[in-house]
Structures are given as C-alpha cells and as structure tokens.
Design a protein around this ligand. Sequence first.
Ligand SMILES: Nc1ncnc2c1ncn2[C@@H]1O[C@H](COP(=O)(O)OP(=O)(O)OP(=O)(O)O)[C@@H](O)[C@H]1O
Ligand SMILES: [Mg+2]
Length: 298
Amino acid sequence: MNASTKQSMMAGAAPAPTSPAPSHAPAPPPLDAPAVVEIRNLSTVFGEGADAFTVHKDLDLTVRKGEIVSLVGGSGTGKTVLLRHILGLTRPTTGAVTVLGHPASDLTTEGATSRVGMLFQHGALFSAFNVLDNIGFALKEQGTLPQDVIHDAALVKLQMAGLKPEVATRMPADLSGGMIKRVALARALIMDPPLLLLDEPTAGLDPNGSDEFCELLKELHATLGLTVIMVTHDLDSLFALSTTVAVLAEKRVIVTGTPAEVVHFDHPFIHHFFLGDRGRRAMEALPPELAGFPVKES
Ligand SMILES: Nc1ncnc2c1ncn2[C@@H]1O[C@H](COP(=O)(O)OP(=O)(O)OP(=O)(O)O)[C@@H](O)[C@H]1O
Ligand SMILES: [Mg+2]
C-alpha cells in the first residue's frame, strides 16, 4: 500500500485503484456520435441600458455523446455562466441552448437532475444534512420513492464515488476536501444523468487527490457512458481527461479540438495558458506520442 492510499483509507475514502500506471485521456468518440449539447449564436447580457454587460456573444459549441470537454478561459470569461445555461438556470438573451434534443430551459421544469448532473464550483453540500442525505437529496425532493429505496440508491452512489459506507453518516464539516468532491459527485450522479457538468472539480485538491479524482472520473465516464463538460484551470486534469478542449475568449468559443490541436492555435490566451511554466510542466509529463506538439526549450 502506498502512502497516499494509506492516507485516503485513514480519511475514510476507499482504497485508491491499485494500478499505479499513469493512464491517458480516453479516446474521442466517433465524429458522427450524436450531439448531447448544441449551443447556437448564444448571447448573454446581464443588466440593462448603461449597465448592460455582455458575457457571451455569438457563441457556438457542440458536445457529442461520450466526449469529455474541458472548457478553459480566463477568470470572468463566462465559463460558469455557460454551464448554468446548459442546466437551464440562466436563460439566453438571444440564441439557443439544446440539451439531449430539448431546449435547456425545459430542464428546470421536468426532471433536470435526471438528465444533467452538476458538480458546482465550490462543491457546496448542505451543511445541515449528513453525507447520505446530501447524496439522496434530489430523489427525496422528487417525492416518489420510499425512504429505504432512496437510502440504498444513495449508498450505491457513495461507493461508486470511491467512499466507504461508514462515511454515510458523517456531516460535511467532518470531511476532507477530496471527500467533499466525491460526495458532491455522488450527489450529481444520483439520478443516473447521461450528462455531467463539473465546475473546477479538482480545485483545492493536492496533486494526489487530484490524480485520484481524475482516475475516478475516467472510470465513471467509461462504465456509465457519460458525456462530461468540465471547467478547469488544472492542466494535469485537462491532459488526463479531455477528449476535447474548448477555449472561451472574446466572449465566444474561439477553438475546439483535441488538446494537441488546441495547443497549436495562435491566440494570446492559449500561449499564456499552455506555454507558461505550468503548461509546459504538464505537457512535459506526457508521452511524446500523446502530446503530439512541440514543447519549447526554456
Ligand atoms: N447573475 C448575474 N448577474 C450579473 N452578472 C453576472 C451574473 N452571473 C455572472 N455574472 C458575471 O458574468 C461574468 C462571468 O462570470 P462567470 O462566473 O461565468 O466567470 P468564470 O469564467 O466562471 O470565472 P472564474 O474562472 O473566476 O470562475 C462575471 O463578470 C460575473 O460577474
Ligand atoms: Mg467560474
């Protein structure tokens, strides 16, 4: 047992996967895979008149079934707002957001959580509820299932997120940062949604915690056949998970492609993001055949 596994177990997390081999991002789905999210000509304007503030303008994005899309962009460029559009929580000023063939705005009225799971930027759990009640919250709100069925479903998701059953009765204040992320993930998956949105899922985790969380996401993506859209500033997670990178700048998605393709795109944000010190370190850790792009000599 290595040190990080031991530490995880002491903290109440299930043992980390035993294979220490670094694994690569999943292969992208076929180009004719159906669209799960289609955003067309999206504009988002907050405020009115002199206070009007445009966040998105003529933004287009298509996400196909089985993709893991990393959405990157500077702070305040509208990444979280874009996820809120996909969830149907923010309405487009103009343009259309379609999720699984329906306008996203329908999601809030008919079973949003059964179609889209969301892990919010600050992973907020309900502090007054224990872990199991947090995970089962959406099922309970639905009001159609008996308590013992909700309990069992939440327990399955708890373990799917790599936590041991004894964590079930703990309160959020008694959890480590990594465990909070796992509980939030279990909660997002309670209704078996085909689409998972993650807002900075590894922020605040140490490198070990972050690697373990990426492995968990990769495993769930493969076993549950999920489509994932993940906002991230974490280049290690980006390279470990993404089939696709979408870059938000100038109020729109300026480029989408594999990580290797996007790195070649000529734009100041991309230079700064991928070719700064952090980016070069993350890229140097990749096998050359996967990186497929030049790493500048320092
Ligand atoms: N409901 C709202 N009303 C007015 N302005 C808003 C609202 N929601 C977000 N904004 C503004 O929209 C802009 C984009 O916000 P958003 O939270 O999407 O940024 P972000 O790209 O996620 O940034 P970060 O990387 O820091 O999380 C910000 O200037 C924010 O203040
Ligand atoms: Mg944000």
